[in-house]
Ligand binder design. Sequence first.
Ligand code: KG4
Ligand code: ZN
Length: 344
Amino acid sequence: MKKFTVFAIETSCDETSTCVAENGNKILSLVTSSQIKIHSNFNGVVPELASRAHIQNINSVAQKTLNSAKIDFLSFKKKIDAIAFTNGPGLAGALLVGNMFAKSLSAIYQTHLIPINHLEGHMFSAGIENKNVSFPFLSLIISGGHTELIIVNDFGDYRALGATRDDAVGEAFDKAAKMLGFPYPGGPVIDKMSENGSADNVKFTRPYLKNTWDFSFSGIKTALLNYLKNNPVKNEKHLRDICAGFSQAIADTLIFKTFLAAKTFNLKKIVLGGGVSCNSLVRKMFLRQGKEENIKVFIPSTVYCSDNAAMIAYAAYLKYKKFGLTYSKEELKSEASLSIKSNC
Ligand code: KG4
Ligand code: ZN
């Protein structure tokens, strides 16, 4: 079969990322430029600054990616079969930069465009490195903007079971980190601090919502705030225990609901995606629980968990195989609040 090569662009939030991939999972080059330094001064992503940084960075990120895949101005049309870009959800201005960059390249090279939902990027990213991620599976997307539990029957064939009713799980980590005085994004710092901390010393209630597949994380955040009011941080050991207790409460909540859903719907595979799947406790606990319950758990390497264009290239390949190369003007628009629609 002729190989199918995609140039993919991801600009939904604060990472400018482009990738060249052959047949979805052969990643020829991937370059990601993070804007963390800009946003950490403000304790969170500032949408206007994110758009400006994407505009500033996208050309050089794309150039580096193409150079390292040995593609130049003359060979682009011959070597690239489609240009994929994230069309939502995300920050409106940031999405538009990627959208316009993709459309400009497509106009110059007369190349097909494939619009990709960012959540589909996270949902399938574990498949880049593991061909055993076959359908059906239960997807848990845990990122800074989303917490979604979805039954995936095929590409484009989904049953959205539940989502967060308030804070996304990454958002809860980042807000907790802010309370503890850590810089943005605080999720990775809490993860690191939890090492050598004891979750048994600082316990938070687990927000298991009953009779729903939805999640809620704002309660844990408030519990932490109240705890800190009554128990100011004494020393580093205490701080590590608080981080460990917080991480444990989040991991337990995710595990409980996800495995219950897998058993209820008789799904034998759980697939994680999104930045919070970098969390070491989440990774360890999901893999351990999977072994105990005889459910296969797939977690991408950390480079494919956080926002990156390789996951967009991979999803674009799956979309091309299922739906071909022609998309309506409507689908090629960017939509900040794009969601995953259930069709069953
Ligand atoms: O998927 P992602 O890169 O961007 C979104 O689509 O939102 O996820 C970013 C989120 C941030 O909230 C960040 O704090 C969190 O993922 N995160 C982590 C870890 N690494 C990234 N949270 C907990 N532990 C980590 N190791
Ligand atoms: Zn993301």
